[in-house]
Unconditional design. Structure first.
Length: 138
């Protein structure tokens, strides 16, 4: 089983996910906050600019409720976790992240529908050092 760990960022579980830029084809890394309460049809929540840069096709607009409300566009983006041999097109909701209270260095959210694509995931203490990591297993 393949496993990858990501250190918590300011005490919060995060995943560093890479995306294929639609023009250059290069991988661009983003640090996303893990939010297992972010459920529904979308796997990710990214900024409007990132959705534009990583979009491989448009899905449709969707009315959402919860921490984020209103109508937002859904786009398909290609994301990669090379250490896990994971490369997949997933759905992202595009949003103005400046309206959200995200910690510095957080570029968006990864939701439950993304996490459930893995055999196991969660937080765990890093070797009893009072530091935590988030892990994905495939």
């Amino acid at each position: 089983m393949l496993s990858q760990t990501f250190p918590f960022h300011q005490g919060l579980p995060t995943i560093k996910l890479s995306f294929t830029h639609r023009v250059s084809g290069k991988l661009v890394a983003r640090q996303l906050l893990v939010d297992s309460g972010f459920t529904g049809e979308c796997d990710l929540l990214l900024s409007i600019d990132d959705c534009r840069d990583f979009c491989i096709s448009f899905a449709r607009s969707k009315e959402v409720g919860g921490a984020l409300t209103g109508t937002h566009r859904l786009v398909w983006v290609k994301c990669v976790l090379p250490e896990l041999n994971f490369e997949k097109s997933v759905r992202s909701l595009e949003a103005d992240l400046s309206t959200m209270s995200l910690a510095d260095g957080i570029d968006g959210l990864v939701g439950l529908s993304f996490l459930t694509q893995f055999a196991a995931w969660g937080g765990r203490e890093n070797n009893g050092q009072d530091q935590w990591d988030f892990f994905l297993e495939r």
